[in-house]
Design a protein around this ligand. Structure first.
Ligand code: NAP
Length: 274
């Protein structure tokens, strides 16, 4: 059995994505959501062992807490300081992180990559995986723009040759967008259960023609940021493709073999868009 754990968890799209892929591959492996609150991971590991769980995905609020609980960590999980995929093999816990690869694949699919200069909004867990993966993939400059500047500074110290901290005010965003081909929103602004929204979207006017705007959010499917980007003729992509691709990479870890990634992505998008 495979699972996804988190709090909240029952809204998660991971079960439908993974079940679609497992069915397509002809594998009779159940994949179910499991509600685990912060601080209850030890109890979950006991449950997993007793119930034949061979792997699980993790979402909020567990990704960072899982790191010290692993017997083995993939390079990306170490680099991002977070785990979103755990394989349970012969009593060992092996942690990986597929968020960065998921984001990069979704940018490629949307025709937004490569980009030399990037404005990245936010400096939380998702921003860390995205910033470090895009730096590794060849971005020349990524401005990490965050409300709390000190957190942007902390993140940028991990890759100072490529990452630069910046503020989140309109003038700063406008100045940096004028020098960038891609904006990625890694904040909660615009999310269904977030009470806050961008104060204004005029910074998008500074982006050059053909630039892209990606929002990691997929509830709602089209945030105001993406609507505003489309109104300006910019490319726009929500967070669903990232979720799908990170799931494909996770399944490769669970099954311990390469999979037909694009074929699986197609099948999943058909189901999600139905
Ligand atoms: P997180 O660690 O809590 O970080 C949240 C970020 O949002 C921080 O940089 C925070 O700034 C900023 N923020 C929150 N409220 C703000 C406001 N009112 N004004 C300005 N900035 C604000 O969260 P996370 O795990 O990185 O997740 C961020 C987003 O990515 C969420 O919407 C999540 O659903 C999404 N996500 C999507 C995927 C996917 O596969 N599509 C994967 C992971 C995450 P401060 O530092 O100033 O607090």
């Amino acid at each position: 059995m495979l699972q996804v754990i988190g709090d909240p968890i029952f809204h998660s799209k991971s079960p439908i994505i993974q079940t679609t892929m497992l069915n397509h591959l002809g594998l009779d492996i159940p994949y179910t959501p499991h509600w685990v609150k912060k601080g209850e991971l030890a109890g979950y590991f006991a449950f997993a062992q007793a119930n034949g769980v061979t792997g699980f995905n993790a979402t909020m609020p567990h990704k960072e807490d899982l790191v010290p609980m692993m017997d083995e960590l993939g390079e990306e999980a170490i680099r991002y300081g977070a785990v979103n995929t755990v394989c349970l093999r012969e009593g060992r816990r092996i942690g990986h992180n597929t968020d960065g690869d998921g984001c990069l694949s979704s940018l490629v699919r949307a025709g937004m990559w490569p980009a030399r200069q990037v404005v990245l909004l936010g400096a939380g867990g998702a921003a860390r995986a995205v910033a470090l993966r895009l730096a590794e993939a060849g971005a020349e400059r990524i401005w990490v723009c965050n409300r709390t500047l000190s957190k942007a500074g902390q993140l940028c110290r991990l890759e100072p040759d490529v990452l630069s901290p910046a503020g989140f005010d309109r003038d700063t965003l406008t100045r940096l967008c004028a020098q960038s081909q891609l904006v990625i929103n890694c904040t909660n602004l615009g999310m269904d259960d977030c009470p806050h929204q961008f104060e204004d979207f005029s910074f998008l006017d500074a982006l050059p023609q053909g630039a892209g705007v990606m929002d990691l959010i997929y509830y709602p499917a089209q945030t105001q940021l993406l609507q505003q980007a489309q109104q300006r003729g910019l490319k726009a992509c929500n967070g669903l493709p990232m979720l799908v691709y990170q799931a494909i990479f996770s399944l490769e870890y669970f099954l311990d073999r390469p999979l037909p990634r694009e074929e699986l992505a197609q099948v999943v998008f058909q189901v999600l868009e139905a």
